[in-house]
Design a protein around this ligand. Structure first.
Ligand code: GLN
Length: 193
């Protein structure tokens, strides 16, 4: 079978770490710097970073319509942390939205100052029995979901991982761990699409 090619939006944030993870799963990872490069990939990862910065750069370089179009045509997309914020249809407290592709409301920087960054074991039944080390960095959580969204993991009753069709999101950063099970899960999603 031809190797899938996963693009990682390369405007700001943890790009290299995602590519490293994708390659550890035996799949090709390509940094995406221009909108036309989106047509050469099978799926897209939107990394963590600062959602306002990435969102403004996406607008400036003309990414919005192409990502929306390809996603609506079925391209799988995985958003981590800021990537989740960029995909959300609604942002708590009236912040502006960006791609608006996933039927969730998110709260930015939700875990508060005391716990800006932390690591905790998460239970994610879809990827197996062993706990997953969730790395949270000024992370959002999902405040509410639409009917087509499936919750995949919670931490202290807050939704931190979910999917809707071919969109996958995590509030935490699997690319910063040595555990590639979530990237593998995403690759399996692509193979089915
Ligand atoms: N706090 C950032 C935001 O609101 C997200 C942080 C991250 O991606 N690690 O965009």
């Amino acid at each position: 079978m031809v190797k899938k090619n996963i693009g990682v939006l390369s405007l700001q944030g943890a790009v290299r770490e995602h590519i490293h993870m994708i390659e550890s799963c035996g799949t090709r990872g390509t940094p995406i710097k221009r909108p036309d490069e989106l047509f050469c990939i099978d799926a897209l990862i939107i990394p963590g970073g600062e959602s306002t910065t990435i969102g403004k750069l996406m607008l400036k370089y003309g990414f919005m319509d192409t990502i929306r179009q390809l996603c609506e045509e079925g391209m799988p997309v995985y958003g981590t942390c800021a990537g989740l914020i960029l995909l959300a249809k609604k942002i708590k407290d009236g912040d502006r939205t960006w791609l608006g592709l996933m039927d969730v409301e998110v709260r930015r920087n939700a875990f508060g100052r005391q716990r800006e960054s932390f690591e905790t074991n998460l239970d994610i039944p879809d990827i197996g029995k062993d706990p997953f080390a969730g790395v949270f960095i000024r992370a959002p959580w999902v405040e509410s979901i639409g009917k087509d969204v499936r919750v995949m993991s919670k931490f202290e009753d807050k939704i931190v991982m979910a999917c809707q069709g071919r969109i996958l999101v995590t509030a935490f950063h699997p690319e910063l761990t040595g555990d590639n099970r979530i990237h593998n899960y995403f690759i399996e999603m692509i193979k089915k699409s």
